[in-house]
Design a protein around this ligand. Sequence first.
Ligand code: SF4
Length: 169
Amino acid sequence: METKHSLRLSGVIGDSIVDGKGIRMTVFVQGCPHHCPGCHNPQTHDFSGGYEDTVERLIQKFKEDPLQCGVTLSGGEPFCQAEALSVLASEVKALGKNVWVYSGYTFEELVSGTILFARELLSYCDVLVDGRFLMEQRNLTLPFRGSENQRLIDVQASLEQNKPVLYTL
Ligand code: SF4
């Protein structure tokens, strides 16, 4: 890789078991336009907060722990940094690992063509947890999501069929 792809991040944690199936590295991006009431990560909303890091350094960090089965992109809103995250996700896939992504946008919004590089990023993702967090639909018993409206989506099947296909755990 010659170009450095920079990202604005809120934090990164390794060995997470709550942000998708298996042991994962979770990348929390900085900046979110949705402002869902009751959001668990309000510190990630400000687009000028957080710190800068590069895709290249994140891949290096991910490789240091081979027990991790994939990377989860969370936030913040990952699709506000879809171009650089596409590079990260493609590198993760090239290592034979999987990619989960959380977004306040729905699958339908992401494939509508209005969000730059959204389809590019989706093309490297296995599972999308989609939709804004809705306090009135909050359910603490749901695996890997916070409210009933959010869906676990099998991204590749959904892109192929051009409609959301649910992912089964
Ligand atoms: S989309 Fe996620 S990070 Fe953004 S406000 Fe909603 S719950 Fe918070």
